[in-house]
Each structure stands twice: as structure tokens, then as C-alpha cells.
Design a protein around this ligand. Structure first.
Ligand code: ADP
Ligand code: MG
Length: 270
């Protein structure tokens, strides 16, 4: 387990011409916290993750990891410091088996994690056997044993997401940025995500920022919930505080009354 990172955002804004996708977000996320980021479509969640991971240069404001300003650092440099990002549409190599996919991820981590000078030194590389052992452990931990030799294109979307998460764990994140890990997967599979994410949190100890449209999932996992609306923070705090905040309800519950009911905001009598 590596040490979790602290993330500080100060007045981060990302504008696309006249569209203020993110418009002055400030927050502090303590090491090891799970923070849920929710809000209606187009409220700026993905763009905010882009600004954190370096995919997007903010129009203004700063992103700080631990005590280091990330300004000007490319995504690769941020990855080297332990920032790991999953994408809304998880892209895996369709032709590779689960095991091969994870071995490739292991390699990629090495490439990212080592300085280029040591990269070419064979003694600095992990032995093939050690790599296979690490991959084997992850396959077992994620219950992927029976899919080990399946090509990823043959898997259900839910199982592909699990493979994606397994690859993430191999990257040993200090700060994990997850963009809608349950999007497009069956409810039954989505339900398996809470224990899975808890597991990942336990195993990696990482700080996690979870963007998720499944509001009950977020409320059950996060120690802090942030509600975004048109690029700004509409509400933030513990799940209990946000649940009771009318501003939060107005913002995120635009999405779905079912989500509202399941989040516990409404009792059946409401
Ligand atoms: N590359 C882009 N160019 C122009 N506008 C964009 C771009 N990416 C996102 N936007 C706009 O920024 C706003 C926030 O989008 P996004 O961050 O994807 O929201 P969310 O992830 O919360 O659904 C939306 O209005 C969206 O249309
Ligand atoms: Mg998004």
C-alpha cells in the first residue's frame, strides 16, 4: 500500500469559449477520503476530473497534490505521482484476454513509474514471474478467475468495468479518479460495485474521487459528497448534511425521483 494523496483545488475554472463548464471550484480532499461528486448531466463533473488529471488546462485556479502545484504538469507526470484515472467509457483492448490486459497494465505502470534512464535497464524491470504473480493476485481478488482467458470483448459491460478496476489497482494509485464506473451496466452488476469499491479503497488506501449518477451508491460510500450544478459547487459536506440541504436536492435530484427515494431523502410517506 502506498500513501494516499491530499488534493486541493483552489478556484478552478474551465471555460470552453462562452461555456463555463467549471466555474470556480475550491475544495480540500484529505488523504484516504472517498469523495462523491454528483450533479446533473453537463454540470462539469468530467471536466473537473480532466482539470485534476491534466487532460484539460484550467482557465484559472490551481490543482495541488499534497503540497505540489500541478500547474503545467502533463497527465503522465501526474500519473507518476500516483494519480490514476478511469474514463466514462472504459476502453480495454478488445482482442486481449483478461490476463493479457492486466499484464499490459502492469507494464504500462512500470513505464509510467520509472524514470526513462532506468527504464531500459533490464535489472530495473520486474521479472516476468513477479508480474504474473501480481496479476494473478488481482484476478483472484476481483473474482475474475473464470474470465482469465476470455477476451475482454466477450465480457459483459459490468465485468469489463471490473477488469478496468483491476487494472487500476495494479497501477497502485494514491489518488483515484473514477468517472461513472457503473454507467451502462445492469442494476444487479451495479450493486456489486459498492463492495468492490470498498475493497479497492481498502487494498490501495487511495484517496478516491467518485463521479457517479447512482446517487444511493455515492451516499453509501462517500465520506464527503459534492454536488455540482452548472460548473459550481451547489452543496458539499457529509452525506447527512447534503441529504438535508435543499440546494443539493434541487441540483442533483433534477436527475431522477427514483434516485431521490433510494438515497433516503424521501421516506415512503413523502
Ligand atoms: N470539449 C468541450 N468543448 C466544449 N464544451 C464542452 C467540452 N466538454 C464539455 N463541454 C461542456 O461543458 C459542460 C460540462 O460538461 P461535462 O464536464 O462533460 O459535464 P458532466 O460530466 O457533469 O456531465 C457541458 O455544458 C458540456 O457541453
Ligand atoms: Mg461526465
Amino acid at each position: 500500500m502506498t500513501t494516499a494523496a491530499k488534493l486541493t483545488l483552489d478556484d478552478v475554472a474551465v471555460w470552453f469559449g462562452g461555456v463555463h463548464a467549471v466555474d470556480g471550484v475550491s475544495l480540500v480532499i484529505e488523504p484516504g477520503e472517498i469523495v462523491g461528486l454528483i450533479g446533473p448531466n453537463g454540470s462539469g463533473k468530467t471536466t473537473l476530473l480532466d482539470a485534476i488529471s491534466g487532460q484539460r488546462r484550467p482557465t484559472r485556479g490551481t490543482v495541488t497534490l499534497d503540497d505540489e502545484a500541478m500547474t503545467g504538469l502533463l497527465p503522465e507526470a501526474r500519473a507518476k505521482r500516483g494519480m490514476v484515472r478511469s474514463f466514462q467509457d472504459c476502453r480495454l483492448y478488445p482482442e486481449l484476454t483478461v490476463e493479457e490486459t492486466l499484464l499490459v497494465s502492469e507494464d504500462a505502470r512500470r513505464r509510467v513509474g520509472l524514470l526513462s534512464t532506468t527504464l531500459h535497464a533490464p535489472w530495473a524491470r520486474r521479472s516476468e514471474r513477479a508480474k504474473r504473480a501480481a496479476v494473478g493476485e488481482v484476478i483472484e481478488a476481483f473474482g475474475l478467475e473464470r474470465f482469465r482467458h476470455h477476451r475482454t470483448q466477450e465480457l459483459s459491460t459490468g465485468t469489463r468495468r471490473v477488469v478496468d478496476l483491476a487494472a487500476i489497482v495494479l497501477a497502485e494509485p494514491r489518488l483515484l479518479l473514477l468517472d461513472e464506473p457503473t454507467a451502462g451496466i445492469a442494476q444487479r452488476e451495479a450493486e456489486a460495485f459498492a463492495p468492490l469499491l470498498r475493497n479497492i479503497h481498502e487494498v490501495t488506501g487511495a484517496t478516491i474521487v467518485l463521479v457517479e449518477h447512482d446517487v444511493p451508491l455515492v451516499f453509501s460510500l462517500a465520506s464527503q459528497v459534492i454536488v455540482m450544478e452548472t460548473g459550481r459547487v451547489a452543496s458539499a459536506g457529509t452525506p447527512d448534511v447534503v441529504r438535508a440541504d435543499p440546494a443539493a436536492v434541487a441540483a442533483y435530484l433534477g436527475a431522477s425521483p427514483e434516485a431521490l427515494a433510494r438515497s433516503g431523502r424521501l421516506s415512503s410517506a413523502d
